[in-house]
Design a protein around this ligand. Structure first.
Ligand code: G4P
Length: 529
């Protein structure tokens, strides 16, 4: 394939994550995006899957569903002349470090906000990651068919939480029973709201803000919207594509996902505004998406249905070139060669064997542990991409094995699960101290205990730990580091790659350590490599 052909494939790609607080309507919107893109025929399939996932609160059931969630966490669809890759970020129940890492594999994010609740905690955590990476964000304010907050209030809340300018592209006319539709501020027309889950062909469009037909038909809510729009015209910033692409401005759309309303605008915005895959930084050089040679990075590893076989699927984000089924690939970390024939794509949620993929696409490579988080696959070149983050855990538990004769198995299991990124494992500096597990989501502990038992035959005992914060530490002067470790020996631990961490039991303890040790740098995030 010529580089021109590769370039035109790359230009078509839009790869984004969908983020929200649970219940804001992410599943509903995802389903409607697939529906509008023609990737599914009837509403209900994504939703049904979510229901079956959430009906079960215990891990055993989640385990059974794991194969399904592999398939539904990445969805590819074609819309207009684009190929859209949509990556799901799990909600609170499934929350783990995976969620954060998914955000490193995308070029844009779609944030769904419940207009009644405004910006909620889970969204804020995810947004912090987007902000740190300057990921462009498109905002969808959902549930206007309900009694919700005033749209102007929602806007200012988004602005203050995001720390970026908000630019409404549409404006709601009324809400709840008096929700008349949205006014498209760019096209200067109103799209009339019609409730219901069916797609009823073309929506009714009425042109012009000063159109007496609209004023008469929608009455007081329209007058109010008109005043607000005038206010916005005077006060809101102009949309600037460069500022959006730099993560400094977010376009905002209003609608009601359940009623299929406002969904089309969001899909069009993804195609028209969201960026195609760009260059990616590796330690050796910058990799261009339209280079002829294939490269990709593992950003997520998910154990698959059959634990007995240690069967895993590595999720690889293609960074450059043209992936062809059966091609020979090299794992940069180990130099090992693989020739995966059963690589899968995630076309409209069915796992399908994949023939071709380009920058921005996500491919699933089944393997038995040869691929780890952060691994880079190439056609031979030695590359290490930067930027795959490990976040300082917020929850800690001590772990010991019930049967001391199985200590070795515990260590093997923890090393492998640590490498896979299922949990972070810390070995204490003090000899004889218990191993510590660190997580960002409670479910991670349950998953690890369960997998240790089923995959490594280890009954582990988890107990609460006095720590609840961690910071990786570095120092310019090794002498400072040595002294710091000696004076804080009880709080020092090492992670799977032997990076040194300081564990604290409170923010105050961390603050004191920082004040007493100006020669030490404390990091809440460690990048792979
Ligand atoms: P999530 O993935 O972000 O957790 O949210 P999800 O789509 O599951 O939506 C959460 C709830 O909000 C669902 O109701 C869903 O039907 C509802 N919802 C989504 N979009 C809209 C909307 O535009 N308007 C209104 N009024 N509701 C909306 P539920 O009662 O939890 O589930 P269900 O019984 O409807 O399936």
């Amino acid at each position: 394939m010529s580089s021109g052909d590769i370039r035109s494939e790359v230009k078509k790609r839009r790869t984004f994550a969908i983020i929200s607080h649970p219940d804001a309507g992410k599943t509903t919107l995802t389903e409607k995006l697939l529906l509008f893109a023609g990737a599914i025929q009837i509403a209900g399939s994504v939703k049904a899957r979510k229901a079956s996932r959430h009906a079960s609160s215990d891990w055993m059931e989640i385990e059974k569903q794991r194969g399904i969630s592999v398939a539904s966490s990445v969805m590819q669809m074609e819309y207009r002349d684009c190929v859209i890759n949509l990556l799901d970020t799990p909600g609170h129940q499934d929350f783990s470090e995976d969620t954060y890492r998914v955000l490193t594999a995308v070029d844009a994010a779609l944030m769904v906000i419940d207009a009644a609740n405004g910006v909620e905690p889970q969204t804020i955590r995810l947004l912090q990651v987007c902000r740190a990476r300057n990921t462009p964000i498109i905002t969808f304010v959902n549930k206007l068919d309900r009694e919700v907050q005033e749209p102007l209030d929602v806007l200012s809340e988004i602005e203050s939480h995001l720390g970026m300018e908000v630019v409404p592209f549409s404006w709601p006319i009324g809400m709840a029973r008096r929700f008349g539709g949205v006014f498209n501020l760019r096209a200067n027309h109103m799209r009339v709201f019609k409730p219901g889950q069916e797609r009823h062909g073309e929506d009714e469009i009425i042109p012009g803000l000063d159109n007496p037909v609209i004023a008469e038909r929608f009455g007081e809510p329209f007058e109010k919207a008109q005043e607000e729009i005038e206010l916005l015209n005077a006060a809101a910033p102009e949309f600037n594509l460069d500022l959006f692409l730099a993560g400094k401005q977010t376009p905002v759309f209003f609608g009601s996902a359940i009623n299929n309303f406002g969904v089309q605008e969001v899909l069009d915005a993804l195609v028209d505004l969201a960026p195609a895959p760009g260059p990616r930084a590796a330690l050796q050089r910058e990799v261009q998406p339209d280079e002829p040679k294939f490269s990709g990075v593992v950003f997520k590893v998910q154990a698959n249905m059959d634990p007995a076989h240690r069967d895993r699927v590595a999720f690889v984000r293609v960074s450059s070139g043209h992936f062809k089924r059966g091609m020979k690939l090299k794992v940069s970390r180990t130099g090992k060669e693989i020739r995966p024939n059963n690589v899968v794509s995630f076309l409209s949620q069915r796992r399908e064997l994949l023939d071709d993929a380009f920058a921005g696409d996500i491919i699933g490579v089944p393997n038995h542990g040869i691929l780890q988080l952060g691994d880079v696959l190439t056609e031979g070149e030695n590359l290490q991409f930067t930027g795959l983050p490990f976040f300082a855990p917020e929850l800690f538990q001590s772990i010991e094995v019930k049967d001391p004769l199985r200590t070795k198995q515990l260590r093997t299991g923890l090393t492998q699960l640590g490498e896979e990124g299922a949990i972070q494992v810390f070995r204490p500096h003090m000899a004889g101290g218990m191993m510590l597990l660190g997580a960002v989501g409670q479910l991670q502990f349950e998953v690890v205990a369960h997998r240790l038992k089923t995959e490594y035959g280890v009954e582990a005992r988890l107990s609460s730990s006095r720590f609840n914060m961690a910071r990786w530490v570095t120092a310019k002067d090794p002498k400072d580091m040595k002294k710091f470790i000696e004076t804080n020996a009880g709080n020092i631990a090492y992670d799977v790659v032997e990076a040194t961490a300081f564990l604290a039991s409170s923010p105050a303890q961390l603050r004191v350590a920082q004040e007493l040790n100006p020669g030490i740098e404390f990091h809440a995030l460690r990048e792979h490599g």
